[in-house]
Design a binder for this molecule. Structure first.
Ligand SMILES: Nc1ncnc2c1ncn2[C@@H]1O[C@H](COP(=O)(O)OP(=O)(O)OP(=O)(O)O)[C@@H](O)[C@H]1O
Ligand SMILES: [Mg+2]
Length: 354
């Protein structure tokens, strides 16, 4: 059969986070995408720490539970790594063809990677040759630690699935954005994904990743500070943060620490943006989009807006994706959409994509 007529294989976007595992399945339609499945399952606190899978049994069981709960028959899963196990850098190299770069990439990358080159898998994308005729070209370099890839791949295999692609969360967000928003050439926008343990700050220029940085900061920080201040368990602090009350404690009692953590998060975002813009005179960021469960902390988006002076908006990964309101409650979708941003991007990966 000719490749054009081959039916596209369905894949599951599987975002394995430290707080929860998210699953999204999409179908391609004439107009774009339609949501087929969406689900989330919680993980206990110590199963994944700093992006490393500590308790693989628990994670495997949770993945199986999620596939069972959603009655998923598809086996091919696209997953992603995030945080400090991934290095994404824009570098300037002598102009050469893609094949030539593929030959020499190990050697070229060595100076940019802070780990032994033998411990990482390297991928790249040529972004374009400079127009000033210095014979240089911009290349996006991606390096991922092999042991991290192995850990995630093994968990997925143990769950009886087929890990077809291990992506990087920044690229999943880029794909999700491209499918849902109209990309303006040369416009700089930022997508900040704030999870439980990691915040990833991404800047896209004309819809393409131009900067990314992962910082160990997120929802856990709020919970831990509330736990200390109010002398309650992590679990109770988590409930208080999400539902606004636990026992007879009201969230207002934690207001000072919530504001402090919001301020620290905003400062890190501002630092990264200033760093990015510092190297590009005349450029500016038009908007910050927030995703991740922690972006739902009341007041956080306002504080980010205030501290950066930029307009801040919650991203909607279903902006241009249709779904059947008889199968999915729009209220539920609205509630979980910040958490599903990465999984939606992963679900858009077609097999055969690099
Ligand atoms: N309504 C809410 N209000 C405040 N915080 C919330 C709310 N819902 C979820 N969170 C917080 O969001 C975090 C989970 O977000 P998310 O699912 O994006 O993280 P994750 O992907 O599992 O973690 P990571 O990517 O950091 O490993 C948790 O800290 C959780 O307490
Ligand atoms: Mg996450």
């Amino acid at each position: 059969m000719l490749p054009f007529f081959k039916k596209k294989k369905d894949v599951i976007g599987l975002d394995i986070g430290s707080n929860s595992i998210k699953l999204v399945q999409l179908a391609e339609t004439k107009k774009g995408y339609r949501l087929v499945k969406a689900g989330i399952v919680q993980l206990p606190p110590e199963a994944i720490v700093d992006g490393s899978i500590i308790d693989s049994m628990t994670v495997t069981t949770a993945v199986k539970e999620l596939f069972g709960q959603q009655n998923i028959k598809v086996k091919d899963a696209v997953s992603a790594l995030a945080g400090n196990s991934v290095i994404i850098k824009k570098v300037s190299l002598s102009a050469m063809t893609e094949d030539e770069l593929a030959e020499s990439i190990q050697w070229e990358a060595e100076q940019y990677i802070p780990f032994p080159i033998a411990d990482v898998n390297i991928d790249f994308q040529i972004l374009g040759t400079d127009t000033e005729g210095r014979g240089q070209m911009d290349v996006m370099l991606v390096a991922v630690k092999k042991d991290m890839i192995n850990d995630y791949t093994n968990v997925i295999k143990e769950a009886g699935l087929n890990p077809v692609v291990i992506d990087v969360d920044s690229f999943a967000l880029e794909n999700m954005y491209e499918a849902n928003y109209s990309v303006v050439p040369a416009e700089n926008i930022s997508i900040v994904n704030i999870g439980a343990g990691v915040m990833s700050i991404n800047i896209l220029k004309g819809g393409v990743t131009a900067f990314t940085r992962a910082i160990t900061m997120g929802g856990n920080l709020f919970t831990e500070e509330m736990q200390k201040l109010l002398n309650i368990s992590f679990k109770d602090a988590e409930t208080l943060k999400i539902s606004g009350v636990v026992g007879d404690i009201h969230i207002s009692a934690a207001q000072p620490v919530i504001e402090k953590v919001c301020g620290n998060i905003s400062l890190e975002i501002k630092r990264s943006i200033d760093f990015y813009l510092g190297g590009m005179p005349g450029e500016y960021i038009t908007k910050i989009y927030l995703s991740g469960g922690c972006s739902k902390v009341t007041g956080l988006s306002n504080i980010i807006q205030e501290r950066t002076g930029l307009s801040v908006e919650m991203i909607n990964p279903f902006n241009a994706i249709e779904y059947d309101q008889r199968s999915f409650d729009p209220k539920y979708i609205e509630e979980v959409s910040p958490l599903l941003a990465v999984a939606v991007g992963l679900a858009m990966r077609k097999l055969g994509d690099r």
